[in-house]
Design a protein around this ligand. Structure first.
Ligand SMILES: [Zn+2]
Length: 201
């Protein structure tokens, strides 16, 4: 039998925080991450949630916590799942890739409510680079909200419309479709590589 070893986050996330940070069409200036380190579905090593502090982006804070507390064993493969309110910016993406190169036993899965400044070229390229580095990147569906809430929340009932309702303040973006489009785009350098390979140079 697989032994369950769950270290629940010390502080539970309130519904107010979940709503203000993870709504699809309310653009909070903060980034939050609910993170889960697990060997498999039944064997969670650690979980916690954090929001960025003034100067440190949440991704870097999360990586720092993992390293500082030695939450990952050197040679044991594990999955690190991030429930993110925004996808990583380009600078954080580079740090994440550096982290994954160092800890190659970690498989990172990012599930994000919204895409951070999705029109900025650097951020779009950063998302492709994460996928190239082996990161599984998706946008949050209702089932992800529910599983995140089960893990980190205080237990009140949540309803789908509370997160997916369109806002009059912000233009509603189809995040799933946008991510698909971004990941399909080709980077100029790989275009060149493709052209050269076609010319058989
Ligand atoms: Zn960042």
């Amino acid at each position: 039998m697989v032994q369950k070893r769950t270290s629940a986050s010390k502080t539970r996330m309130t519904k107010k925080v979940l709503l203000s940070e993870y709504q699809k069409f309310y653009y909070s200036p903060r980034t939050c991450i609910g993170y889960v380190i697990q060997y498999d579905e039944d064997n969670v090593i650690f979980q916690n949630w954090i929001c960025n502090k003034r100067t440190t982006h949440a991704e870097l804070q999360c990586i720092y916590e993992i390293k500082q507390n030695s939450l990952i064993k050197r040679f044991t493969p594990c999955t690190l799942k991030w429930y993110m309110s925004w996808t990583p910016c380009s600078e954080c993406a580079n740090e994440i890739i550096r982290f994954l190169n160092k800890f190659c036993q970690v498989k990172l899965e990012i599930c994000a409510a919204r895409i951070y400044f999705h029109k900025k070229k650097d951020n779009r390229r950063a998302l492709r680079n994460l996928v190239k580095a082996g990161v599984k990147l998706t946008t949050m569906r209702w089932k992800d909200y529910k599983s995140m809430w089960r893990r980190f929340g205080t237990g009140e009932e949540i309803k789908k419309y509370e997160f997916f309702e369109k806002s009059s303040d912000h233009k509603s973006v189809n995040w799933r479709w946008t991510l698909k489009k971004i990941l399909k785009e080709k980077d100029r350098d790989s275009d060149l590589e493709n052209a050269l390979s076609l010319l058989k140079i």
